[in-house]
Design a protein around this ligand. Sequence first.
Ligand code: PMV
Length: 326
Amino acid sequence: MSRARAVTHPNIALSKYWGKRAGEGNMPAVPSLSVALSGMHTETVCEVLPSLAEDELVLDGGPMAANGRERCAALLDRVRARVDSPARARVVSRNDFPTGAGLASSASGFAALALAAVRAYGLDASIAEVSDLARRSSASAARSLFGGFAELAPPPDAGATFLAATPLAGPDAVPLRVLVCVVTESAKDVPSTAGMNRTRDHSPFYAAWLDEAPRVHAALRAALLAGDLPGVGELAERSALAMHASAIAAGVIYFGAPTLAILSAVRGLRARGIGAWATIDAGPHVKVLVDEADRARVASALHGIPGVLRVIEARPAAAPTVEVTP
Ligand code: PMV
């Protein structure tokens, strides 16, 4: 038994996952394509300690909240079942960005936990198997096992139980920089699973979203592989707005006043010929996609917007790392 330390990056979806397939297994209903972000990290140490009566789970310096604890323990149970070990673990995890606020902390968090737990328990698993394990806790986490750009397709058939993300392109596929505008340090009101379920059950536009998402995804994938950054940016903004339109129609509103102010500033920049595009996840923050060459002037425009607390400058990240210590 040993100890492993994993460092992962959050990822943001350029074409969004929003909605689950019916049935068990946390399977996405639509394909998604993401970029891993450098400059933001989750560091998770998992130590297998047979002397513990139950798992000890620490997040950002304090005991993990009940909901997070259950989801982490469920992941650890899956690993334990595979190696046939009853031993409990101490897990200490830290994010260097706000947790649970729509900045993809669940993506990097479950990816880091899956990677550290698999190595600490000595499970011989490929990266695809670790991605499948992370997906069961948070589908977007499946994509954080890879650097650069990654994809997560819906399962090929209704009976599928295994589903991993796949790497699509390295960090230099396009000269992309991501300016993450942080507008609150607090956790979001509606977790993404609750938001997706409410959208599925109450949005008159959910069917339209399920129809549109694969088309935007295919076009975005082609633009990325062609190195067409303006195409990627336009399609990413289209995907985010379609996702939020379907959610808003069900009363699931993640936007705040600063979200709208940033969206408007991004449109103003574009009207002046500057390539800047916005994407928004299940929270009020806006991630602005820019060409490397425009990074400095777009960042200075974003810093001046009321409600923007800080701007994290990220670029496509390298793959996660993991080290095992006996
Ligand atoms: O993986 P979850 O359950 O945290 O859902 C992620 C949903 C979005 O961040 C809004 C979109 C995505 O593809 O990451």
